[in-house]
Design a binder for this molecule. Structure first.
Ligand code: KG4
Ligand code: ZN
Length: 339
């Protein structure tokens, strides 16, 4: 039997067309990402129709590039995986159907993956780590903010969820309020480095279930601050914008840390798995680094935001369990990870 398993991963759930080839679920041979950000920036956010069209245009060149970079041919591929949801339906369909067609033509197994499970498995890429259970997963992305208790592999119990916006959305919408480009997270992170996190006192949030999140009030507060201080028309490199970014980021990250620690105390679990685009945030990484007596896994910076290598990693883990997906499976915009 062939010793190494090469997984071809495809990801097209939002505004990145990505194809990766990953050896044994860990070693990334290629991870090609065609970002559509420039196209969507003109509109201040992702335009679903445009995203689907760009995925259609880019998926084949992306596949060709992934094979070339990994120095592989089609016949080397053992397993084909793609994101099936959640995400934009038209966008998801492009990657999913391409993957199914490849699986059919190569006569190799196909596995459909939940996008957030992909983000979790990004933690295993390019290192020798494995997951420990039980653990608490903090999902912080553009579409999700959740705390999930994982008692064993693939068993996800939702214990905290956002009641309104996702944290990435809060970064993106707040950036828009002060005239910063989409996506707001990376630019707020950058400008915050020179800002005073104490200048603006973003309010603490309370939720009926203390493990839930709510970010809409912070967004409204950001809007009020923006209007009062005319932030939209300010020079983007000025001190007040830096202070706004630092203060907002401090509060948003404080919410994540506080809820994670509360979940840890409530469920007596000290192992954390961090996942999703916001795990690239430098303040979050710094705060996690300062915690003692916890075991914390966080993806390498290059695997935090959407990419296909993470989909291949999750697919490989499911493949080892003997799973495959039928070729008539459909994309699901609101696919749930937890029961
Ligand atoms: O996981 P992801 O790539 O896509 C989704 O599945 O949603 O996350 C994208 C989100 C965006 O909202 C973006 O602003 C945010 O991640 N993000 C960041 C940083 N890098 C990306 N947020 C805060 N700080 C960052 N450094
Ligand atoms: Zn994502």
């Amino acid at each position: 039997m062939k010793q190494d398993i090469l997984t071809l991963g495809l990801e097209s759930s939002c505004d990145e067309t990505s194809v990766a080839i990953v050896k044994n679920g860990k070693h990334v041979l290629s991870n090609i990402i065609f970002s559509q950000i420039k196209e969507h920036q003109k509109y201040g956010g992702v335009v679903p129709e445009a995203a689907s069209r760009l995925h259609v245009m880019n998926i084949i060149p992306c596949l060709q590039e992934a094979l070339k970079t990994a120095a592989c041919s089609w016949s080397d591929i053992d397993l084909v995986c793609s994101t099936m949801g959640p995400g934009l339906l038209g966008a998801l369909a492009v990657g999913l159907n391409s993957a199914k067609a490849i699986s059919l033509s190569l006569n190799k197994p196909f596995i459909a993956i939940h996008h957030i499970e992909g983000h979790l498995y990004a933690n295993l890429l390019d290192n020798d780590l494995s997951f420990k259970y039980p653990s608490l997963a903090l999902i912080a992305s553009g579409g999700h903010t959740q705390i999930i208790l994982i008692n064993q592999a693939f068993e996800y119990q939702l214990i905290g969820n956002t009641l309104d916006d996702a944290i990435g959305e809060a970064f993106d919408k707040s950036a828009r309020i002060v005239g910063l480009p989409y996506p707001g997270g990376p630019i707020i992170d950058k400008l915050a480095q020179k800002g005073d996190p104490k200048r603006f006192n973003f309010p603490k949030v309370t939720t009926p279930n203390p493990l839930d999140f709510s970010f809409s009030g912070l967004k409204t507060f950001a809007l009020k601050l923006g209007q009062e201080n005319h932030l939209l028309t300010q020079e983007k490199e000025c001190q007040i914008i830096a202070d706004f970014c630092a203060s907002l980021q401090f509060r948003l990250i404080e919410e994540l840390i506080n809820k994670l620690l509360l979940a840890s105390k409530t469920h007596q679990v000290n192992t954390f798995i961090i996942a999703g685009g916001v795990s690239a945030n430098s303040e979050l990484r710094k705060r996690l680094n300062e915690l003692n007596n916890y075991e914390i896994q966080i993806p390498s910076l290059k695997y935090c935001t959407d990419n296909a290598a993470m989909i291949a990693a999750a697919g490989y883990a499911r493949f080892l369990q003997g799973e495959t997906s039928p070729l008539n499976i459909e994309p699901k915009a609101n696919l749930r990870l937890c029961l």
